[in-house]
Write a protein that binds this ligand. Structure first.
Ligand code: ATP
Ligand code: MG
Length: 392
């Protein structure tokens, strides 16, 4: 076997009695993520996920890239397995990492020996392999403090493994250990980032999008589906519930005072999202709200929109600055799509002077002419479920 991947687990190792449940979940998630790239053997030993290609037709590059987006992994490396003896470790090191070593001015070897039956200590392994490399590679020096390149040797139960520096993993907890959440996904910058942040804590996502055709175009809907697809790179496959929202927005426009338009619309969104969330086994709602960003995101406005539902509403971006949110949007790859210039239903019938310090009583009064329940039932009946996935 030539090359394989090792993924190191993050917080899972701290999870005490639940550790095995967490590990099993991660193993299942990794196996599922590898499937589009061929046949891989996936197993966990000593807080490390091992991924071995079973044959030469595996797409190693695709699989390696996908490993960077799996929650629950803190770091990952490609490595070369070897027999547990110094000669083979050295030979495989030169075959596998020789090019990197020949380009480096200095290096060191860092070793870990979890198989305590191996005759040398970690330091002994580093000295021995380091000495042989220094002899074999012309012009290279050992520098244990600031090496240009580090070779890692891990002597584990079944084999030894050599590799270069590890990449950072996606962090967080394995998808699925923390339940399910319903994300209110708009076409903006914020809500995909909010979804990502909740997903990172081990939560499976589903999305709801409110769509006001013809006030918002098919292109706006496609943009939201593309955002959801980009999120699935981290979150795994998702369902997007696209709710026809036109009738509700027109009813608000025709029956309510203008300064309350957005607040009432947001109440409908929360109530409908809650209904779908409960039907689909989601334990919370997630929004991209951010304190003070717009009129509907003052403390008072959020109290009013939140008061009409019982499920908890998570707003992971609540205290972030726009710049921090944008940095994350770029990191997760949603920014470019978010800034495509299609309108959102929030921008339809926007009040000129929205109420920034509403009370629940005022908003209740402002929508007293609406038949909330009937409008919600019709919107639910007018909902399309679309499944999105990253590959295929
Ligand atoms: P975003 O960048 O996520 O659109 P925003 O700063 O533009 O957020 P608003 O438009 O006021 O803020 O929306 C606040 C939150 O309400 C969004 O983050 C999203 O969670 C939800 N939301 C807004 N519009 C929609 C929509 N059409 N469908 C689903 N959820 C929506
Ligand atoms: Mg928006």
């Amino acid at each position: 076997m030539k090359e394989m991947f090792l993924l190191k687990l993050g917080e899972i190792v701290l999870k005490g009695g639940n550790k095995f449940q967490f590990e099993n979940r991660l193993k299942t998630n990794v196996a599922r993520r590898m499937r589009p790239f061929g046949d891989f053997r996936v197993y966990i030993v000593q807080s490390t996920v091992y991924i071995e290609p079973e044959n030469d037709s595996c797409d190693l590059e695709g699989a390696w890239d996908a490993c960077h987006y799996i929650f629950g992994v803190v770091s990952l490396c490609r490595c070369r397995p070897c027999e547990k003896n110094l000669d083979d470790i050295f030979e495989k090191t030169m075959a596998y990492l020789g090019d990197e070593l020949r380009m480096a001015k200095s290096f060191k070897v860092e070793s870990k020996r979890s198989d305590k039956r191996f005759p040398l200590t970690s330091i002994g392994i580093s000295q021995e392999i380091g000495g042989r490399i220094a002899e074999a590679v012309e012009g290279i020096e050992v520098d244990v403090h600031h090496p240009a390149y580090t070779v890692y040797v891990e002597v584990r139960d079944h084999a030894a493994y050599v590799h270069g520096p590890a990449d950072p993993g996606a962090g967080g907890l394995p998808t699925g250990v923390g339940g399910r959440a319903m994300v209110l996904l708009s076409g903006g910058i914020d809500s995909p980032v909010a979804g990502y942040m909740i997903a990172k804590r081990g939560v499976e996502l589903e999305c709801v999008h409110f769509f006001s055709y013809p006030y918002t175009s098919e292109l706006a809907k496609d943009k939201v589906l593309e955002l959801a697809r980009l999120m699935t790179r981290y979150c795994g496959k998702m369902t997007v519930n696209v709710v026809g929202f036109t009738e509700i927005q027109e009813a608000i426009r025709d029956n309510c005072p203008e300064e309350f338009f957005t607040l009432i619309m947001r109440r409908f969104m929360m109530k409908i999202a809650e209904r779908i969330a409960r039907d689909h086994g989601c334990g919370c709602l997630v929004t991209g709200e951010n304190l003070g960003q717009v009129a509907s995101q003052t403390m008072e406005a959020m109290a009013v929109t939140g008061a009409c539902v019982d499920l908890p509403i998570f707003q992971p971006l609540i205290g972030m600055d726009k710049e921090e949110i944008v940095t994350l949007a770029r990191k997760i790859g949603t920014m470019e799509t978010s800034i495509l210039p299609y309108e959102d239903c929030c921008t339809v019938f926007t009040p000129r002077h929205p109420k920034t310090k509403p009370t629940v009583a005022q908003v209740d009064k402002a929508c007293e002419k609406l038949d909330f329940d009937a409008l919600i039932e019709r919107a639910l009946a007018n909902t399309e479920m679309i499944r999105v996935r990253y590959h295929g």
